[in-house]
Design a protein around this ligand. Structure first.
Ligand code: KDG
Ligand code: MG
Length: 401
């Protein structure tokens, strides 16, 4: 069996996605997610120009060898563009292997370790009251875990808050300029979780994304202030490259910490894991080297009783979500899966077998990943440039977004 065709699909059904489709000489297809939010065409070109030609004629069953070939063989290793491209190839090869075996991918990973995958939904609002009404809607929809983001008074364009309803951060041909004030944020956020606990009681899992904005000591202060409200996690308190700052947070608070959505390989999260500086690893199939590499990260985490919490925003395509769900169902140390629904047009372009009911997701039992890209439907939604925002302090200084 050989890889006979490799096609890159760029499409914008409600938002931009990049997909890789591999076809074998006997007509088996496999799909992978290659979406890198705001830098989509860089991955598309990397795949088209430098990866697809190398795949033709290769044995699709040699997944590990192909991974090493693309990682070590490029000489310039790592980085989000390279790793997203490798992720897409790896995921598509697992899809092919599953189809050839006649088994869903989770069976190839060891089989189901649970009956369903606990998902968390997003709730947001311009005010605390509005956000808590959104939490109530998610709870009514069955979710047992909800991430809450509220506009901080005086902070225009606070991270995680939609312009009415669904939150989608990537817009327009240039980054939106938003503002940031650590002081206002730190003094406001604990009141949101106090109100959430009062309204929803002790059982609902509450999550919050700091989105890389703080220093170590600021994050320690926030973690301490949130302790009475028993958060499931405080996400990305600061950029993950600053491992020392995580050590500082750990000295001060027992609020659980999740990080890793921008981490692209095991080498970048090794110390966070082996020093037990985080409680949940948020690396994803789409950006951290596909199913093959994500399992290595999750296995390392399991040695330290650290659980998984894969990134699953709307900028991971349905292909990325399907692949995540197969991993989630099989690994021993699953924690939670982010679940942000896709626009309806995206569900049309990417028909899928995964399903959501009563707080839990399941990848379905079709051979392979159980997801496809309908290339005719994809062609009806051409790419539109869309950038993630930037954040500035009130004096104009560029801050982490
Ligand atoms: O592309 C950036 C988004 O994926 C990110 O802002 C979403 O932080 C995010 C999350 O936790 O889903
Ligand atoms: Mg996040």
């Amino acid at each position: 069996m050989k890889i006979a065709e490799a096609r890159v699909v760029v499409t914008c059904p409600g938002r931009n996605f990049v997909a890789l489709k591999l076809v074998t000489d006997d007509g088996v297809t496999g799909v992978g997610d290659a979406t890198l939010n705001g830098r989509e065409l860089a991955v598309a070109a990397y795949l088209r120009e430098h990866v697809c030609p190398l795949l033709l004629g290769r044995d699709p069953h040699r997944i590990g060898d192909t991974w090493q070939y693309l990682y070590k063989g490029g000489y310039w290793r790592d980085g989000p563009v390279t790793m997203t491209a490798i992720s897409a190839v790896d995921t598509a090869l697992w899809d092919i292997k599953g189809k050839v075996a006649g088994l869903p991918v989770y069976q190839l990973l060891g089989g189901a370790a649970r009956s369903g995958v606990l998902g968390y939904a997003h709730a947001n609002g311009a005010t605390t009251a509005e956000a808590l009404d959104d939490v109530a809607r998610q709870v009514a929809d069955g979710y047992r875990a909800v991430r809450i983001q509220v506009a901080v008074p005086g902070v225009e364009g606070t991270y995680g808050v939609g312009h009415g309803g669904h939150y989608e951060p990537a817009h327009g041909a240039a980054p939106e300029e938003t503002t940031w004030s650590t002081e206002r944020y730190l003094s406001f956020i604990p009141s949101v979780f106090e109100a959430a606990r009062e309204r929803f009681g002790p059982d609902l899992r509450l999550l919050h994304d700091v989105h890389h904005r703080l220093t170590g000591i600021e994050a320690a202060r926030l973690g301490k202030a949130l302790e009475p409200y028993g958060l499931f996690w405080m996400e990305d308190p600061l950029p993950a490259e600053n491992v020392d700052a995580f050590r500082l947070i750990r000295q001060h608070t027992t609020t659980p910490i999740a990080t890793g959505e921008v981490v692209t390989s095991i080498w970048h999260c090794r110390d966070l894991i082996t020093e037990q500086l985080v409680d949940y690893v948020r690396t994803s199939v789409t950006h951290a080297g596909g199913i093959t590499h994500l399992r290595r990260i999750f296995d390392l985490a399991d040695l330290y009783r650290i659980r998984t919490g894969s990134h699953g925003p709307s900028d991971s395509s349905p292909v990325g979500l399907a692949a995540a769900l197969h991993v989630d169902l099989a690994v021993p140390n699953f924690g939670i899966q982010e679940h942000m629904r896709h626009p309806t047009e995206a569900d049309e372009v990417f028909p899928h077998a995964y399903r959501y009911a009563d707080g839990y997701l399941h990848p379905g039992d079709e051979p392979g990943l159980g997801v496809d890209v309908d290339e005719d439907a994809a062609a009806r939604f051409p790419y539109r440039p869309a950038y993630l925002p930037v954040a500035r302090l009130h004096d104009g200084t560029l801050h982490d977004w």
